[in-house]
Design a binder for this molecule. Sequence first.
Ligand SMILES: [Zn+2]
Length: 145
Amino acid sequence: MRMNNMTQNQTQSTSANKKISTYLTLIVLIVMALGITALFIAVETYLVGDQLAAGVLAGIGLIALTLSVFLLYQSKRQSAEVKIEVPKVMTTIECKCGSKTMREFQPGDYVFKDLDVPCQKCPTTKQMITGIYKEVKEKEKTYNV
Ligand SMILES: [Zn+2]
C-alpha cells in the first residue's frame, strides 16, 4: 500500500476524493434514514397524544432531511469541480550552463536537490532542481471566478 502511494502520486489525490465522496454518501444516507425514522416516530407520538414530543421529533426529522439533501448537493458540486481541476505538480530542473527542463514531479524531489542525470549540452555537469510548482491552467482560473 505504501509503495503504491509513492509511485502513483498523481492518482492518489483523485482516489482520495472518491473515498471521501463514498464516505459522505454513506453519512448522507444514514442522516436521511434517521430523519425519516424521526418523522415516523413523530407521527406515532402525535397519534399517542404527546404533541410536544411529536413536534420536536418532526423538527429533528426535517432538519436531518434538509441536511442530508444539502450535503448531497454539496458533494455533487464538489465532485464536478474535482473533475475539472486536476493540477499537475511540475519540477523545474536547471543546469549551470543555463539549460532549463521541466518534468512531472517525482517522489523525492525537493528544491536545490542535485540530480545524477547530466544535462544534454554538458554531460559532466550535474543538474539541480530549482523549483516545484503546481500547474494552473487558464481555463480553471476563469472557472473559479
Ligand atoms: Zn548544462
